[in-house]
Design a protein around this ligand. Structure first.
Ligand code: SF4
Ligand code: SF4
Length: 111
């Protein structure tokens, strides 16, 4: 039975917590051992910026969502999520993920 109840899955990155450590990128590669020229998950580190007088540094991730969907179906606790030391990455049904972004700076990817 599918773990997805309509609305698809979502992958959430909490921009306030992500430290750009590349852990999720390494975890995905370790899990699937895909060829080096492929990137199912890519961390994009960004330079610090001043926002409202405060210095902030937001990093991004770029997942290949078709892969994440299949991955989540096989294991609802993928290593990219469980291995994130900052607990900045979440995956799950869209309806469960969206409320977790409330009051936070987040990027939500849907598949
Ligand atoms: S999401 Fe987590 S594991 Fe990935 S770069 Fe950010 S802090 Fe590191
Ligand atoms: S959910 Fe699976 S396929 Fe997607 S980035 Fe994480 S480990 Fe890789």
């Amino acid at each position: 039975m599918s773990r997805i109840d309509g609305g698809g899955i979502a992958l959430l990155l909490d921009l306030d917590d992500c430290i750009g450590c590349f852990g999720c990128e390494a975890a995905c590669r370790e899990t699937y051992r895909y060829p080096y020229h492929e990137d199912w998950m890519k961390v994009v580190r960004r330079e610090p910026v001043v926002v409202d007088g405060e210095l902030r540094q937001y990093h991004l991730v770029a997942p290949v969502l078709d892969k994440c969907r299949v991955c989540y179906e096989a294991d609802p606790n993928p290593l990219c999520v469980t291995g994130c030391a900052a607990q900045a990455l979440k995956i799950g049904p869209l309806a469960e993920i969206v409320p977790q972004a409330e009051g936070r700076h987040c990027a939500i990817f849907t598949a």
